[in-house]
Design a binder for this molecule. Structure first.
Ligand code: PLP
Length: 398
């Protein structure tokens, strides 16, 4: 059987996420001793009122399909919490759409927008499944560098103007705020400039991935907080995964124009019919229940960020950004004499510390500076961070 001729070209060409590939690399340290700083998965337990809610939902018979849009009570709870966060008013009947995690939201959204040859402007570096999805839809990612900001990874408005001028097939601009992999948030002046530039165009929408927007360490805005006009041109991608440590529940959502969502409905229905019903009930419990555990997690992430940034900066050859949110840092390691891939591979092989090379977050054709970086996730205990830093320090200085 000639599988190369049976499998679709786009599926064969679509890159598998480099975040997962690192687990396949060799290490002389046994896997149960690895210090895992590779995965963006909260190390805190899911709050017990949420796990109880999912069990109760099953026992109460929430085991059937819901509407394709999701349970009305969950959509209402999302609309209410979005308004409380000052991100705008969304009609729970037509402008809130529940998905199987942000990942399915992203796929349904891009599959709805793109025809073959269409372009999406994506930040470089960027969450890798966006690149895979664009490829699977026959589209083309157009990078916009975030390596030029002085104190954070940010978009330069003049770069965006240039990119918009040079590309006539752009359908969407993707913002990831806070960013995976950098943890950076766009500056408010950047968001204002982006808003002005996009409003000058008739046929471009913004997809704003805000799945980390409750994990922030200072007051920073997202694009829909800039104005009603830009809100009407934006689709927000949201998720319960990180905020409530619910990654396995597969629960996310989209907020935006009723017309766009009613087209997304067809794609999402074809893939999923609906998000798991009992998990949607758990989502209601998450949003309407106590928020103190979320606040505790954010405080803890902030402490870890400060610890990690300060100690990484003390290691010769490492330059480290101080992120505003999420639970990642994106240090530059090239001045240690190793590029990100070599650093990451050797660190895992010799010391069992698992990180992700920066190049996993860029398309290889971009020749991106991301190859000089690595991503470290601090969704890991303080003890793991302390041991890892000791190992990284002696690895670099050996
Ligand atoms: N978007 C970003 C920026 C992410 O980092 C992730 C997961 O790491 C996702 C989307 C997918 O999240 P979910 O678990 O809700 O599918």
């Amino acid at each position: 059987m000639d599988l190369q001729n049976i499998l679709s070209k786009s599926a064969l060409k679509a890159p598998f996420s480099g975040i997962r590939k690192v687990l396949e690399w060799e290490s002389k340290i046994p896997a149960d001793k690895w210090l895992r700083l590779n995965i963006g998965q909260p190390d805190f337990p899911c709050p017990s009122h949420i796990t109880q809610a999912v069990c109760e939902a099953v026992n109460e018979g929430y085991t059937n399909y819901t509407s394709v849009y999701g349970l009305p009570e969950l959509r209402q709870a999302i609309a209410k919490s979005t308004k409380a966060e000052k991100k705008g008013s969304y009609d729970p009947d037509t402008q809130v759409f529940i998905t199987n995690g942000a990942q399915a939201a992203i796929y349904a959204c891009l599959r709805t927008l793109l025809d073959p040859g269409d372009e999406v402007i994506v930040p470089d570096p960027c969450y890798p499944p966006y690149l895979t999805t664009i490829e699977l839809c026959g589209g083309r990612p157009v990078p916009i560098s975030t390596f030029k900001g002085e104190s954070r990874f940010d978009i330069s408005p003049s770069d965006l103007r240039q990119v918009l001028k040079g590309h006539s097939k752009v359908k969407a601009l993707l913002l990831i705020n806070p960013s995976n992999p950098t943890g950076s948030m766009y500056h408010e002046t950047t968001l204002n400039a982006i808003s002005d530039l996009i409003l000058e165009k008739n046929n471009i929408i913004i997809i704003s991935d805000e799945i980390y927007s409750r994990i922030v360490f200072e007051e920073v805005k997202t694009i829909t907080q800039i104005s009603k006009e830009i809100r009407d041109r934006t689709i927000i991608v949201g998720s319960f995964s990180k905020t409530y440590s619910m990654t396995g529940f597969r629960l996310g959502y989209l907020l935006g124009s009723a017309e766009i969502l009613s087209t997304i409905k067809t794609i999402h229905h074809t893939m999923n019919i609906c998000a798991p019903t009992m998990c949607q009930k758990a989502g209601v419990a998450a949003l309407t229940g106590p928020q103190n555990e979320v606040e505790m997690m954010v405080q803890e992430y902030k402490k870890r960020r400060d610890y990690l940034v300060q100690n990484l900066r003390d290691i010769p050859g490492i330059e480290c950004n101080k992120p505003q949110g999420a639970f990642y840092v994106f240090p530059k390691v090239i001045d240690t004499g190793m590029d990100g891939l070599t650093f990451s591979k050797k660190l895992k092989y010799e010391r069992g510390v698992v990180t992700v090379p920066g190049e996993a977050f860029s398309d290889p054709s971009w020749q991106s500076p991301s190859r000089d970086y690595i991503r470290i996730s601090y969704a890991a205990s303080q003890a793991t961070l302390e041991k890892s830093l000791k190992e990284i320090n002696s690895f670099v200085q050996k």
